[in-house]
Design a protein around this ligand. Structure first.
Ligand SMILES: Nc1ncnc2c1ncn2[C@@H]1O[C@H](COP(=O)(O)OP(=O)(O)OP(=O)(O)O)[C@@H](O)[C@H]1O
Ligand SMILES: [Mg+2]
Length: 260
């Protein structure tokens, strides 16, 4: 089981769009997928067709009340499993602060999870305790980046946070950086893209997610773009990203030491 957090403290860079569509494309490629929504905005929950206000249990119940993760899993209309979030979760950060092991509650809860090939965690635009819980529970982090000037400014904070959290989670690493909302006609976007390549090197995914209106429309229909407009540019891009992610998984397996 591979755990991947989708994180960037900057808002509106395509974290949720990446989480939902990567989850859907991995599931379409015959993987068992669980998507965990760790953002009180609940966008990933809505994006998979779940009515977030009707959720019986959310990630908050798992973190604060020790509810078993299995009890909070629902099968989304999108066809894969989801642990949802909604506004009931706002303020949870402060409630978490008072708890023992407040940074590793998600990790502890996930220890009982079995049967999934991929667990994808959608993070809020913040480096708060919820995001720290994701970083402690995960192995790899995928960072969606919009190629604009301010993207570069937040990079140092994020890299620093990931480095610091390695004390709590030695497995933590950047799995890859994905360029999102990309407009190839924009000179600045191309310049920033080149800077990101220089900074991250091999950590950049080859797949670039274009700005594509179908990606923005799909959540309003409660669908990943793969179901909404399978052959759109956005859908093709996320299918390609899922293939790249699966190729990384194969590589990881090959890198494991052989048991004699
Ligand atoms: N490639 C894309 N093309 C067009 N629109 C996109 C694309 N990616 C995301 N969007 C739209 O941009 C907005 C922000 O995307 P999204 O919600 O995925 O970002 P986010 O990083 O999760 O935001 P937040 O920080 O608030 O959680 C949404 O309205 C989404 O539909
Ligand atoms: Mg989001």
């Amino acid at each position: 089981m591979e755990i991947i957090a989708i994180a960037n403290q900057k808002g509106g860079v395509g974290k949720t769009t990446t989480a939902v569509n990567l989850a859907a494309c991995l599931a379409a490629k015959k993987n068992n997928v669980l998507l965990i929504d760790l953002d009180p905005q609940g966008n990933a929950t809505t994006g998979t067709g779940i009515e977030k206000r009707e959720l019986q249990l959310t990630t908050a119940d798992i973190l604060l009340d020790g509810v078993a993760i299995a009890d909070a899993i629902v099968t989304s209309p999108a066809g894969f499993d989801v642990v949802g979030a909604n506004r009931d979760m706002s303020g949870i950060d402060i409630s978490l602060m008072g708890l023992v092991d407040s940074h590793s509650l998600l990790k502890q809860a996930m220890q009982s999870l079995t049967g999934y090939d991929y667990v994808i965690i959608d993070c809020a635009p913040s480096l708060n305790l919820l995001t720290v819980n994701a970083m402690v529970a995960t192995q790899g982090v995928i960072i969606p980046m919009q190629c604009e000037y301010y993207a570069l400014e937040g990079l140092a904070d994020l890299s620093h946070t990931i480095d610091r959290l390695k004390e709590l989670n030695p497995h933590l690493h950047i799995r890859g950086v994905v360029r999102t909302l990309f407009d190839a006609r924009n000179t600045l976007a191309n310049d920033v893209s080149a800077e990101l390549e220089a900074y991250f090197g091999d950590l950049m995914y080859q797949t670039i997610i274009p700005r594509n209106v179908r990606l923005a429309e799909a959540p309003a229909h409660g669908m990943p773009v793969l179901t909404f407009e399978r052959y759109s540019k956005g859908s093709r891009a996320y299918q390609k990203l899922a293939s790249e992610v699966m190729k990384q998984s194969q590589q990881l397996t090959l890198d494991l030491p052989k048991v004699e």
